[in-house]
Write a protein that binds this ligand. Structure first.
Ligand SMILES: C[S@@+](CC[C@H](N)C(=O)[O-])C[C@H]1O[C@@H](n2cnc3c(N)ncnc32)[C@H](O)[C@@H]1O
Length: 181
């Protein structure tokens, strides 16, 4: 199964702390291998993500500060493809875009924005596919979650995380965890 890494673009230090953290936690929990926060550094998010990985397992990497153009260039140079999630793209339900992405068999860099993204993101030079999770504007976190779930067809929901210090035992009611698993 190809690997997926998320590129988060447009993080604003003052207002996006919680949302970017949630994008990273969603990426990890739903099967991506890592997240690159491009063009900016936010150590608070790195700390939170590393803490979650330590407690709940991995592998999952968090990198920050790389210019987005370099991240995309390096990714493509290694043979990966780029999927830009945007309300303006090919609808994941009504088109065959997901089939074409899967048919490539290549590792995928999924770009999600925050503020309005540079026009170049839509170009062939950057994105191999522009994918809409429905053609209504909503949220980077929601669009990423739906994309990952459709890509992995639900298998990510039973993923086994390595080196976890704590694990949830699903219950009808209440909370049960085991430590040192
Ligand atoms: C809250 S939206 C902001 C969009 C921004 N106002 C603009 O006009 O580009 C932030 C990000 O969520 C993602 N997003 C929002 N709605 C989406 C949709 N329907 N399909 C796919 N991605 C979506 C995109 O990655 C987008 O860059």
């Amino acid at each position: 199964m190809p690997g997926i890494v998320v590129l988060r673009w447009g993080h604003r230090l003052q207002r996006d702390l919680r949302l970017t953290t949630h994008v990273a936690l969603t990426a990890r929990a739903l099967g991506a291998s890592g997240l690159m926060l491009t063009d900016i550094e936010d150590k608070r998010i790195k700390e939170t993500v590393e803490k979650v990985v330590k407690n709940w397992g991995g592998p999952f990497f968090f990198e920050m500060g790389i210019p987005w153009k370099k991240a995309v260039k390096d990714w493509k140079a290694k043979g990966g493809i780029v999927v830009h999630l945007t309300a303006y793209g090919e609808n994941i339900e009504t088109s065959d875009v997901l089939q074409r992405i899967k048919a490539s068999g290549k590792d995928i860099l999924v770009i999600v924005g925050s503020q309005k993204v540079p026009r170049e993101f839509f170009s062939e030079a950057v994105s191999d596919f522009n994918v809409a999770i429905g053609n209504q504007p909503h949220s980077e976190c929601a669009s990423l979650a739906v994309f990952l779930d459709r890509f992995f067809e639900g298998r990510e929901l039973t993923k086994c995380f390595e080196n976890a210090e704590v694990r949830i035992i699903p219950q009808k009611r209440g909370k049960k965890i085991v430590r040192d698993c």
